[in-house]
Design a binder for this molecule. Structure first.
Ligand code: GRF
Length: 199
């Protein structure tokens, strides 16, 4: 099988990254994780990836200051050096420029902890609770210039319970994130989900 070569971009603990690494161990999975890249050299996920035998690179965004594109050129160089076909953002806390997004269009996925188009941006669980949502969830989508807005690949919901706190709700959502991200990556790697602008 000609597996797609995937890089996972992280900034933190990397639990979604680990879910992708675990899924990709299956013989019939159509993608392999060839690189984990972090903009934070101290991201806990880097150690977890190394322990799993995956190549890791840290590119600290701070020395690049305001020059987002220069940082992204460094990212892009690493992705090309590792002959990456698809990029999965998994808790990657940097906004990307239209240069990078254009370069990877249709090959760049993100997971967002809400039922998009509801609750774009940060603190989604708190906002779902404050807004009295009855259901909440997670979405995997292609990345476009507008944040948290690209075509949806996979989405699943969970109930919001009366006694939920931000933490209990986050944990319930996270458990479905770990299932739908590998499913969505499979769909893209097999060509069953394709980027079509405006969908
Ligand atoms: C997840 O909730 C993901 O949806 C969001 O950031 C969080 C990352 O968690 N984009 P982890 O690093 O994958 O554990």
């Amino acid at each position: 099988m000609n597996k797609k070569r995937v890089a996972v971009l992280i900034s933190g603990r990397g639990s979604n990254m680990m879910a992708l690494i675990e899924a990709a161990k299956a013989k019939d999975y159509p993608a392999e994780i060839v690189l984990v890249l972090s903009n934070r050299p101290d991201a806990a996920g880097l150690t977890r990836a190394q322990d799993a035998g995956i190549a890791t690179v840290a590119i600290d965004h701070r020395p690049f200051g305001e020059d987002r594109e220069a940082f992204e050129h460094a990212l892009d160089d690493e992705l090309r050096r590792h002959r990456v076909d698809l990029v999965c953002l998994a808790g990657f806390m940097r906004l990307l420029t239209s240069w990078f997004i254009g370069r990877w269009r249709g090959r760049l996925l993100n997971i967002h902890p809400a039922l998009l188009p509801q609750f774009k941006g940060l603190h989604t669980h708190r906002r779902a609770l404050e807004g009295g949502a009855k259901r909440h969830g997670a979405t995997v989508h292609f990345v476009v210039e507008e944040s948290d807005s690209g075509p949806i690949i996979r989405q699943e919901s969970v109930p919001v319970l009366d006694d939920d706190t931000e933490e209990t709700l986050a944990a319930r959502v996270l458990s479905i994130e770990h299932r739908i991200y590998p499913e969505a990556l499979r769909m893209v790697a097999e060509g069953h989900a394709r980027f079509a602008p405006g969908t």
